[in-house]
Design a protein around this ligand. Structure first.
Ligand SMILES: [Fe+2]
Length: 299
């Protein structure tokens, strides 16, 4: 992870030579194994310049880093807030199920409103980016996950940098990118609870350049019943090609299982999770805190 990142913006410029330079740099510097994402951090409330730089090196290359804390006795929401602040993440997403500060405990719950939403169950979660159902003013640009405890089995993460998904698709067929950039390509139907609409339908592109900073953004979920795709052959082809890019054996997918005291910080990368089995009798339950932010990680 040593080559400097090219300065020009490959998406805003629509410049084939700039895109090629950026693409080659990306592919040359991609981490191949989960271990290369990992950075030891001693104290989350006092991230040293060395630790900060090591995390940022990884974030620059693949939009993702994993920290492993030596000190884990503080509450998880305070840990997330402290690390988030160090990376310029100050504006939390206050969605339906979030606590006041936008930081949410994720665990398999017994009932209530949260039970309707898959993150609050022990079921597997398919590929998605966070907040794909949000309006543009509530764009989730970054998120963090902090692991407090593991279930005895399962709860493994898979992650993929959306910029790599973009490159693989564009290499395969640039028409796939054109199809997935159309503003009408993906509609998330309205969210209703007990017959009352609590969010209207949201339509938008899968890939787009964020007008605020020129970065590539991605809205996606593999949950078929949650999506209405544009009804044309180019869209169907592109969506199928995208699914293949995230296949189980795809070389660009990185898999790991967060241990207690470890966490992810990322620019809203594609992610998925396997199901898990809590051991309720012995109180060995999976508990992960999540923070979502409207900011992008500050470089
Ligand atoms: Fe998620």
């Amino acid at each position: 992870m040593n080559t400097p990142k090219p300065k020009e913006n490959p998406f805003a410029a629509r410049d084939a030579a700039a895109y090629k330079r950026w693409r080659d740099w990306k592919l040359e510097n991609q981490p191949q194994v989960a271990a290369s994402l990992l950075v030891d951090v001693d104290d989350p409330f006092n991230v040293t310049p060395g630790e900060h730089g090591a995390l940022l090196d990884r974030l620059r290359v693949c939009n993702l880093a994993v920290y492993a804390l030596a000190k884990t006795d503080a509450p998880a929401d305070e840990i997330i807030r402290a690390i988030a602040g160090r990376f310029g993440l100050f504006e939390p997403d206050r969605h339906l199920c979030a606590e006041e500060d936008g930081i949410t405990p994720l665990s398999a719950v017994e009932g209530g409103q949260r039970k309707r939403y898959i993150p609050y169950t022990d079921n597997p979660i398919n590929w998605h980016t966070d907040g794909y159902y949000n309006e543009p003013v509530q764009r989730v640009r970054a998120f963090m996950l902090h692991c407090v405890s593991q279930a005895p089995t399962g709860g493994d993460s898979a992650v993929m940098d959306p910029e790599i998904a973009y490159i693989r698709l564009r290499d395969k067929n640039p028409e796939h990118i054109s199809a997935l950039q159309k503003p009408q390509v993906m509609t998330i139907p309205a969210n209703e609870e007990n017959g009352v609409e609590i969010r209207g339908p949201v339509t938008g592109p899968v890939f787009f350049v964020d007008p605020s900073d020129g970065a590539l953004q991605m809205r996606y979920t593999a949950r078929g019943r949650n999506i209405e795709w544009a009804d044309d052959a180019a869209t169907q082809d592109a969506v199928q090609a995208l699914v293949r890019v995230m296949d189980r054996d795809a070389p660009d997918v990185i898999r790991f299982r967060l241990k207690p005291g470890q966490g992810i910080i990322c620019n809203n990368v594609l992610h998925a999770r396997t199901g898990f089995d809590d051991d309720k009798e012995n109180n060995q339950k999976r508990l992960v805190y999540r923070g979502r932010f409207y900011d992008r990680i500050a470089e």
